[in-house]
Ligand binder design. Structure first.
Ligand code: DGL
Length: 286
């Protein structure tokens, strides 16, 4: 069995593009729909109920557009809503897990630092992940308020962003961390600054590529992979102001993109297996 319906991907904003890029690399034949919920970002300081409501609303929009699977490209929404989405909708729901397990295998100093939103660190999912790991390396948790907003504003390398990041990263290094886990999908967009602050001896891990492999596995198991040899395309939606969001998204994606307002886009018809393929944006082919 094969399906040419699109994969639906969402995040509180532009952060999930770091996951979308990996999905595009892993699954070049698939059509992708991406929702940046920028009108409601950041999720990290909101209540679990509020995040769950957004996750449900966006999932319904993606399903109405024919999505054959949902990727929650947001650690915070994973903690708040992945379980509900899995219970409620009969499609594969693939969600994030901070790369703590690979970090534990990789550390030589025995100290791992995890950077994430407050909500993620406080979530039941994350606590369960830590509990499953049991005794072993020391795991330092660092909430990073303000970073998501920097990325949403496209301020990836400014002095303010560097100072904020330094305040989060340096204490972890000072306590001996030689491996840092980026537990929020916005943070890989700050990879250059994080790399500079952490230095070449420190490993910086995120879970985008692992999630993309998991998407492939889940689609294969469900018989939902597209036929090989297609040229998959992307469509982007935002609940924020497209004129404000577009330049940041295009910078992060590396190409001009087809970005619609979530409300106006809601009228666009269903994608079906018979629908014309979605055009591939020029960037991010690799
Ligand atoms: N990209 C989201 C995550 O992975 C950011 C959450 C937020 O909006 O605070 O956690």
């Amino acid at each position: 069995m094969r399906s040419h319906r699109p994969i639906g991907v969402f995040d509180s904003g532009v952060g999930g593009l770091s996951v979308l890029r990996e999905i595009r690399r892993e699954l070049p034949d698939e059509d992708l729909l991406y929702v940046a919920d920028s009108g409601y970002a950041p999720y990290g300081d909101q209540s679990t109920d509020a995040i769950e409501r957004r996750a449900v609303a966006i999932t319904e929009i993606l399903l109405a557009r024919g999505a054959k699977a949902i990727v929650v490209a947001c650690n915070t929404a994973t903690g708040a809503a992945a379980r509900v989405l899995r219970t409620r909708y009969p499609v594969p729901v693939i969600a994030m897990e901070p790369a703590v397990k690979p970090a534990i295998q990789r550390t030589r100093s025995g100290v791992v630092g995890v950077l994430a939103t407050r909500q993620t660190l406080a979530s039941h999912n994350f606590k369960r992940l830590l509990a499953r790991l049991g005794e072993g390396p020391e795991i330092l948790l660092q909430a990073c308020p303000g970073l998501v907003e920097r990325v949403e504003d496209g301020d990836l390398e400014g002095e303010g962003t560097r100072a904020l990041l330094a305040a989060y990263v340096e204490p972890l290094l000072a306590r001996g961390a030689d491996t840092l886990v980026l537990g929020c999908t916005h943070y890989p967009h700050l990879g250059r600054l994080i790399g500079e602050l952490a230095g070449p001896e420190t490993a910086v891990l995120d879970s985008g590529a692992a999630v993309a492999r998991q998407v492939r596995r889940r689609l294969a198991e469900a018989g939902l992979l597209a036929l090989p040899g297609r040229d998959g395309g992307e469509r982007f939606f935002t609940s924020g102001q497209p004129t404000k969001v577009r330049p940041v998204m295009e910078r992060l994606w590396g190409a001009p993109l087809d970005l619609a307002s979530l409300t106006s886009g809601a009228a666009t018809p269903f994608f079906s297996d018979e629908a014309a393929p979605i055009a591939r944006s020029a960037g991010c082919s690799g």
